[in-house]
Write a new protein. Structure first.
Length: 175
């Protein structure tokens, strides 16, 4: 049963992402989604409360996958950041439509939370001597660079180049 549930959720998410490439979030209806996925509306509602819950869960899943991808590299900030930027680049075709409209604020909030948790749980710096203001500045800086890279630079800069420069910025904030 669990396997069928995961398969149906994957179908719903893939259909949702396909529709997001065709139209904006506010133009997508549950009816369109279920027709395109060839499932009943009731099946959709067994998995998601509404299209907003689907959007939120999809974004959270991508952020959680990125976290898992980078978790084993907390000891070296440049490498961890490179992995995060690699993940974002590899998944850009799925993430890009989620950044439009309602998805942008959710993505930003989830990413901010993820960055804060990473900073708090990593061994990169002695956080006991880093002020709350500096932690907030580091989080905002990393988030701002990610947003710039995804939305304005359109992935032109390499993940390793961004990570190396960002590492220098982070450590200059700490000092």
């Amino acid at each position: 049963m669990e396997r069928r549930k995961r398969k149906t959720q994957k179908l719903i998410i893939n259909t949702f992402l396909k529709l997001l490439h065709e139209k904006t979030f506010d133009k997508i209806t549950v009816n369109q989604l279920t027709k395109s996925a060839d499932i009943n509306r009731g099946t959709f509602y067994l998995h998601y409360q509404d299209k907003y819950a689907l959007l939120e869960e999809t974004l959270k899943d991508y952020i959680n996958q990125m976290n898992q991808y980078c978790l084993h590299n907390k000891e070296e900030i440049s490498h961890a950041l490179t992995l995060a930027f690699d993940y974002l680049k590899d998944n850009y075709k799925f993430i890009e439509p989620l950044l439009r409209n309602e998805g942008y604020q959710l993505f930003q909030n989830e990413l901010k939370s993820s960055i804060s948790t990473f900073i708090e749980t990593s061994d990169l710096v002695d956080l006991h001597v880093v002020s709350i203001l500096k932690k907030k500045a580091i989080t905002s800086t990393i988030l701002g660079v990610i947003e710039w890279w995804l939305l304005e630079d359109e992935l032109k800069a390499s993940p390793s180049d961004i990570a190396a420069e960002l590492e220098g910025i982070v450590f200059s904030i700490i000092r």
